[in-house]
Design a binder for this molecule. Structure first.
Ligand code: UD1
Length: 419
């Protein structure tokens, strides 16, 4: 498989870049489409591996889907199968949010799921708790999660911890339930509001999204949904990091500026400058030179954990000591080992990483092990001296539609290797 790219570092970036649709907004919106037996459309949907995977799952359940440019049509009239095999859930853990939609639609659903992971890292305990609270009976037998219910029933549920996916699960389970549901301690990420916005175009009655308390008034049925997928705040942040690490100036077209506040604050602390102007964001990374004493990730509106490793790449090139504290996921420093191969000085202890910035990184053979860590290696390579060979590019393709083309259009030298 052609899974390698070459990146020649040291080129300045210049020009404009369009921000693709958001992966994390699109996936739950696709799952929500199951709740209507008819056609829904997501406009400006990113054509990325995770979206294709979710599309395949929906097709497997009986949906008919088609694309018109970047508009994804989902005809779920006959999507009446209820089983999502492990071959899919294993590829994309976030497919677990289908369970709430399957229960809402068909009163039963099952997912292939590796037993140990339910309670281990990246658990789904809160997903199951909120569905149980809505009336689902869930069993886990031999790697298979099976859930069934009569019609779901409105409930009051408080999440023990803020979780994006579990909040979405609760909403998807509640929209067709009988009666009112009040969800407390919900996550406030913009992707939750986008899901609710989409569900409202389908006729769902939801209030309070964007706050910790979401109320859903169950309805008897929904109609076809239609919505734009918002621009991807993580992709936008990644491209701002590309400008920062190459000390360049670029313009983002249609950036979700309001959703990037915590990130832009850190970027400003590094010496980055930015200016919003009629729907564009001009970012100037020429003066990026200040270490960041402490960057803590957090739930929205805090600093997004998905931008932690991209920023780590940038901090690796700022002389002085910076510190990152990862507060959302326990094991999110996989990129650090690879960055070290490029000359970065990073010490990881528990959930903290101390970065002693160096003047220049150097090209190396590195391996992407996950999506955002992979993106951070591409960023490091852009700012490094010499050539980097990155293996595992397919991880990056899960979330970035055309990062190589975008960077090349800005003046970078990234090559896909034809094998
Ligand atoms: C989503 C995003 C992911 C992002 C993350 C945090 C999608 C497809 N993915 O993931 O890119 O990094 O939000 O912004 O939108 N947890 C539990 N039990 C649960 C569920 C979660 O303990 O049942 C924990 C997780 O282990 C983690 C924390 O809660 O420590 C937050 O995770 P969560 O917000 O659920 O992340 P995801 O929805 O999986």
């Amino acid at each position: 498989m052609n899974d390698r790219i070459f990146i020649e570092g040291g080129h300045k970036l210049k020009g404009n870049v369009q921000i693709q649709g958001s992966k994390n907004a699109a996936l739950p919106m696709m799952a929500a489409s199951l709740l209507h037996r008819g056609v829904s459309v997501l406009k400006g949907c990113p054509r990325i591996a995770d979206v294709f995977c979710m599309e395949e799952i929906l097709q497997n359940l009986g949906a008919v889907t088609w694309w018109e440019d970047h508009d994804l049509y989902l005809d779920c009239t006959k999507a009446d199968k209820t089983e999502v095999p492990f071959s899919f859930t294993g590829r994309m853990r976030s497919s677990v949010i289908l369970l709430g939609a399957l229960l809402g639609r068909n009163k039963k659903g099952s997912l292939g799921y590796p037993g140990g992971c339910v309670i281990g890292k990246r658990p789904i305990d809160m997903h199951l708790l909120v569905l149980e609270s809505l009336g689902a009976r869930i069993q886990e037998v031999a790697g298979q999660l099976s859930a069934e219910c009569e019609r779901m029933k409105g409930t009051e549920f408080s999440f023990p911890k803020r979780s994006v996916g579990a909040t979405q699960q609760g909403i998807l389970g509640a929209v067709l339930a009988k009666g009112e549901t009040v969800l407390e301690n919900c996550a406030c990420e913009p992707e939750i509001s986008w899901l609710c916005h989409y569900l409202r175009t389908m006729g769902a009655q939801i209030t309070g999204d964007g706050t910790g308390r979401i109320c859903v008034s169950g309805v008897e049925g929904l109609r076809g949904g239609s919505s734009w997928v918002p621009p991807d705040r993580i992709v936008a942040g990644t491209y701002i990091c590309a400008a920062a690490i190459t000390r360049s100036q670029i313009v983002l077209e249609n950036p979700p500026e309001g959703e990037l506040k915590a990130f832009l604050e850190v970027y400003r602390k590094m010496g980055g400058q930015y200016k919003g102007n009629s729907g564009k964001l001009l970012v100037n990374g020429k003066n990026v030179q200040s270490p960041v004493k402490l960057l803590e990730t957090g739930v929205y509106p805090g600093f997004p954990t998905d931008l932690q490793s991209p920023v780590m790449a940038v901090l690796s090139t700022i002389e002085g000591e910076s510190c990152i504290r990862e507060m959302v996921f326990e094991d999110r420093y996989k990129a650090a080992d690879q960055l070290r191969k490029m000359g970065a000085r990073i010490r990881v202890q528990g959930n903290e990483a101390v970065i002693c910035g160096v003047k220049t990184l150097h090209g190396a053979a590195v391996q992407a092990q996950e999506l955002r860590g992979g993106a951070s290696l591409i960023l490091a390579a852009l700012g490094a001296k010499g050539v980097t060979v990155l293996e595992g590019y397919s991880f990056v393709q899960r979330g970035y539609e055309h990062i190589c083309q975008d960077l090349n259009a800005l003046g970078a030298a990234v090559k896909r290797i034809q094998e």
